[in-house]
Design a protein around this ligand. Structure first.
Ligand SMILES: Cc1cc2nc3c(=O)[nH]c(=O)nc-3n(C[C@H](O)[C@H](O)[C@H](O)COP(=O)(O)OP(=O)(O)OC[C@H]3O[C@@H](n4cnc5c(N)ncnc54)[C@H](O)[C@@H]3O)c2cc1C
Length: 602
């Protein structure tokens, strides 16, 4: 049955509306077609990427290009591309799952894959004219050509709209001449096409161009040497210099001055895909870690039997499960919104653009949360391997180095934290998400007398769902008061924004896991979901701790006297468990399950 507008939460609305577990998509809902795609990507990863890890580590850029071409032959580069331009047009969830399962072999390949299929191709599918799409997209979708995205400059990183690269119209009005320097450009070494952002005259905003690159006829384009990087060693990353590079006027993307918008929207898509690209790494790291821990004996005991190691295994598996839950939940929201807009008469291009933009908050949340989880996972993976974890001979060392970049590109995690809250406040101002009404209700509740009724918590997750509702109130209380206090100057109070973002992130992630597990418990039986229930409860416990800490730090920073006391009491009330979960038991249950299965098994 087609979804209707009212069935699908708007971006950011998770905070003020209760979601039924039946209304979220989970990895257990993959269709047969999606399952087949997943299996074939895993098989490709096992065959082409994992066994070649030493060559990737030895900076074999030619191998990256060769495997990219093979991925093209398999159709993996075209999953997101509409059929009209030679793609499979498979929908957003399939796009995300391809990024997920292709990414665990090495960060080198996943970066090349993501830069090409995401920021290298999407600006044309999303903003290109019909002619531009017909001319370039089929080549990119098949892997005949590879794409790169040239936004960053030596002086323009997070402040992406401040680039100095120029585009000057020729006297005959037929071409633009591009001059400037771009840096950190993924795929630069083997691309045939670059999306280049440059400024025309003294425009406020940059403009996007499609620039062809032929090594034998470079048209004023030169490349710097390959960067020597901490990780993702076989991902080609070079500087790109443009010296009077001529680009036909018809290669301008969207309109003059539209480049910043293109850049930001391409990054929205990139962010959720990057989150997905951090998932299978976590699954593989957890599996490798538990296999080692089951084998390795110290004090005549497999180290997996030690409580100190069980903590790590349980937390690694839990974060992976939570990341999956939130990523696929948001992916399906995006897919449904795209479908809704197509049904309403939008072109696919417009529908996709607006569909992803709608969930920009969730895309930022996921980017931050999952990129930090994969880093922690790899770090604990090294710790479980002990000294061997520090050796290049074992997979953990490279996994740790490869994971580090995810917190930096596609907008740093600092920028994404601030964006997530900033975008939410803007949506509230525009009336797209009603934060004000619920925030006022929370204020009234703070003045009232709390209920001392004894609740019945026998139903699965009844206390946890009540807790999620209270955590949402915490966000509304803290962020609402901060907005009242500082108004538009709030953006100057970054420490507050970062704390609010952490609260927002924890709510979305914890809620997603609980809803996924609840849905699965209802259809597959509670017993079958015992470890998943434990993971959902364990994550929520940590989320509550984080929210309590961040909430307290925020309240103390801007409220004084009675107001401070009242808000701190509210915080205590909103983060209070009636029945604390025994997190030692929860961790034991999760760790025992993956020890027994000898792999990440959810
Ligand atoms: C391996 C790799 C591949 C890349 N691939 C590409 C690519 O293909 N195309 C491309 O265009 N770019 C690419 N990048 C660039 C990447 O997107 C930038 O590095 C990133 O956006 C950060 O910019 P920066 O490095 O200039 O850091 P800066 O912007 O200088 O940031 C430095 C620090 O300051 C913080 N900071 C900056 N501004 C603020 C602020 N307003 N408030 C609070 N904190 C702030 C940042 O969060 C960060 O911690 C790549 C980078 C790397 C390392």
């Amino acid at each position: 049955m087609a979804e209707t507008e009212k069935d699908i939460l708007r971006g950011g609305q998770f905070l003020v509306k209760e979601t039924n577990c039946e209304d979220i998509f989970t990895p257990e809902d993959f269709s047969e077609e999606q399952q087949m795609m997943k299996d074939s990507v895993i098989e490709f990863n096992d065959r082409e990427i994992i066994p070649n890890k030493p060559r990737f580590e030895a900076k074999d850029y030619a191998l990256t290009e060769e495997v990219m071409r093979k991925a093209g032959d398999m159709g993996f580069l075209s999953v997101a591309v509409p059929e009209a331009y030679g793609g499979m047009g498979m929908g957003f969830v399939s796009t995300v799952l391809t990024c997920d399962y292709i990414s665990s072999g090495t960060g080198s390949f996943s970066t090349a894959f993501g830069a090409h299929t995401g920021i290298g191709t999407m600006p044309i599918t999303l903003y290109g004219t019909e002619e531009q799409k017909q001319k370039y997209v089929p080549k990119l979708a098949s892997g005949e050509w590879f794409g790169a995205y040239c936004l960053t400059e030596p002086g323009a990183g997070s402040d992406a709209n401040s680039g100095k690269t120029t585009a000057e119209l020729s006297a005959d009005g037929k071409t633009y001449k591009i001059n400037g320097q771009k840096m950190w450009i993924s795929n630069a070494g083997f691309c045939n096409l670059m999306i280049v952002f440059a400024r025309i005259e003294d425009d406020k905003n940059i403009t996007g161009f499609i620039v062809e690159y032929d090594k034998n006829n470079p048209n004023g384009i030169t490349l710097g040497e390959e960067e020597h990087k901490l990780g993702i060693r076989a991902s080609s990353t070079r500087q790109v210099f443009f010296n009077d590079t001529e680009v036909p006027v018809e290669n301008m993307l969207a309109g003059r001055g539209e480049g910043f918008k293109i850049a930001m929207n391409a990054l929205n898509v990139g962010r959720i895909k990057l989150a997905a690209a951090c998932l299978d790494s976590q699954r593989r790291i957890t599996t490798t870690a538990v296999q080692y821990a089951n084998e390795r004996k110290q004090f005549k005991t497999p180290i997996a039997d030690f409580g100190a190691i069980k903590i790590k295994l349980a937390e690694m598996a839990t974060n992976t499960y939570v990341g999956e839950s939130a990523t696929y939940r948001a992916s399906k929201n995006i897919e449904d919104r795209i479908a809704l807009r197509v049904e309403a008469g939008n072109s696919h291009q417009e529908a996709e653009l607006k569909g992803v933009e709608e969930y920009a908050i969730e895309c930022s949340i996921l980017k931050v949360a999952v990129s930090e989880d994969v880093q922690n996972c790899a770090d604990e993976g090294i710790q479980i391997f002990g000294g061997m974890g520090f050796s290049e001979e074992t997979p953990m060392e490279a996994a740790w180095r490869d994971a580090r970049i995810a917190r930096i590109y596609e907008g740093t995690n600092e920028i994404n934290r601030m964006l997530s809250v900033g975008m939410l406040v803007k949506k509230a101002m525009k009336g797209h998400v009603d934060l004000l009404g619920p925030a006022m209700k929370v204020q009234e509740e703070l003045m009232g007398i709390p209920s001392f009724d004894t609740q019945d918590y026998t139903e699965l997750f009844s206390e946890e769902k009540e807790m999620i509702a209270k955590l949402k109130k915490t966000f509304l209380m803290v962020a609402g008061a901060a907005v009242q206090k500082f108004g538009p100057d709030l953006e100057q109070h970054q420490q507050l924004l970062v704390a609010a973002a952490d609260i927002l992130i924890e709510i979305y992630m914890a809620e997603s896991a609980i809803l996924r597990t609840e849905k699965n418990a209802k259809r597959f039986g509670e017993e079958s979901q015992s470890a998943q229930i434990a993971m959902s409860k364990l994550y929520l416990y940590h989320a509550v701790e984080t929210i309590e800490k961040k909430g307290k730090e925020s309240i103390i920073s801007f409220a004084e006297g009675d107001e401070q006391r009242m808000m701190l009491m509210g915080l205590k009330r909103f983060t209070k468990y009636q029945n604390y979960p025994d997190i030692v038991d929860l961790r034991n249950e999760i760790a025992e399950k993956i020890k027994e299965e000898n792999k990440y098994c959810f």
